[in-house]
Design a protein around this ligand. Structure first.
Ligand code: NAP
Length: 339
């Protein structure tokens, strides 16, 4: 029997999670929601049973001639779990308004505060903590990228403090209402950026401070990390550890990966919507100077949290142990060594 998954919010993350759920043999999408009857709602209705996230908007969908199956209140009783992919902070409102009343398990995204859920989640780092839980938050794209990398380093080497700079894409490609056309914006201007404290919600014992800047690009984030090593390590040791983890993709500038533009050009050949579920780490960036390890990675913000949402569903409904869930998710999403 497949578990029934509702997706509340069919935007950048929601549509990708819906497609990923559809690829699993132990879960199915019972419905997705939109608040507005735009082209994304029209496409959603062709692919999945469509429901209206705001009951007061039903008439708008009827006027637009889009077939709907009801509202979020009709959808939730049909599901075993809801993945909330609504905009930042709206997930917490949906929890109070709908999920608690319906008594349904819910997954939230990184735009929510950590106290929306019992556990902040990353599949590699703390799958077991989400087992059987009712409310779980999948951490943001930047935090997922940092957590995976730091988890691999701390489970294979003795590490000390981590200092990292996030060079953030300013908006997603579709966002035409805001942006930064010319300039680099410290965001925030003072330390720390929220990413370090957010990593600690999953890896509490890591000494990490982060800074962040917004750049006029939409493709990917880039992270520059400096990790104190408490044992002698060579770049090749780190490369061989990272090479073992399918959710980390090692690329080389020698192969023409000179920027995020080239990484995305490669991904356009690889996957639908050029989705990169993996951390993309430049091999040549892995360098050691005394006790300091340096690593640079790129993160495709629209896709990296998708496998984590699938694994969170399995953990909360206790469908599989960590390694089995990760293996299935990787296999269905095509996460495997490319080079
Ligand atoms: P998005 O593209 O703006 O999509 C949001 C979706 O939620 C839209 O389909 C919207 O429908 C729907 N929605 C609006 N109000 C709603 C409500 N009251 N109840 C239910 N659904 C509602 O946003 P997103 O980028 O996918 O972000 C979703 C979450 O994922 C946020 O917490 C964000 O921080 C997190 N996240 C985003 C990224 C990223 O880079 N995009 C990466 C990682 C995590 P309408 O268009 O019909 O209003």
């Amino acid at each position: 029997m497949k578990v029934k998954v509702a997706i509340n919010g069919y935007g950048t993350i929601g549509k990708r999670v819906a497609d990923a759920v559809s690829l699993q043999d132990d879960m199915e999408v019972v419905g997705v929601t939109k608040t507005r009857p735009d082209f994304e709602a029209k496409l959603a209705a062709k692919r999945y049973p469509l429901y209206v996230a705001k009951p007061e908007n039903v008439e708008l969908f009827e006027k637009a001639g889009i077939e709907i199956q009801g509202t979020i209140e009709d959808l939730l009783p049909k599901a075993d779990i809801v993945v909330d992919c609504s905009p930042n902070k709206v997930g917490a409102e949906n929890k109070a308004k709908y999920y608690e009343k319906a008594g349904i398990k819910a997954i939230f995204q990184g735009g929510e505060k950590k106290d929306v859920a019992e556990v902040s989640f990353n599949a590699l780092a703390n799958y077991d903590e989400a087992k059987g839980k009712n409310y779980v938050r999948v951490v943001s794209c930047n935090t997922t990228g940092l957590t995976r990398l730091i988890y691999m380093l701390k489970t294979n080497f003795k590490i000390g403090r981590v200092r990292a700079t996030m060079l953030r894409r300013v908006v997603d490609p579709k966002e035409d209402k805001k942006g930064l056309v010319n300039g680099i914006m410290p965001d925030p201007v003072s330390i720390p950026s929220h990413h370090g404290p957010d990593v600690k919600t999953v890896l509490p014992d890591v000494d990490i401070v982060t800074t962040a800047f917004k750049l006029p690009t939409t493709l990917m984030h880039v992270h520059a990390l400096n990790v104190e090593m408490k044992e002698a390590v060579k770049p090749e040791n780190v490369i061989s550890v990272l090479d073992q983890e399918p959710r980390i993709m090692l690329v080389s500038a020698e192969d023409g990966f000179t920027s995020t533009a080239k990484v995305i050009e490669f991904a356009r050949e690889l996957r639908l919507r050029y989705d990169l579920y993996e951390n993309v780490v430049w091999k040549e960036s892995i360098g050691v100077d005394g006790n300091d390890l340096f690593v640079t990675q790129a993160i495709h913000q629209e896709a990296i949290v998708v496998p984590e949402n699938i694994d969170a569903i399995r953990a909360m409904l206790e469908l599989a142990e960590r390694d089995e869930s990760i293996r299935k998710t990787n296999e269905t999403l095509g996460i495997q060594k490319v080079f």
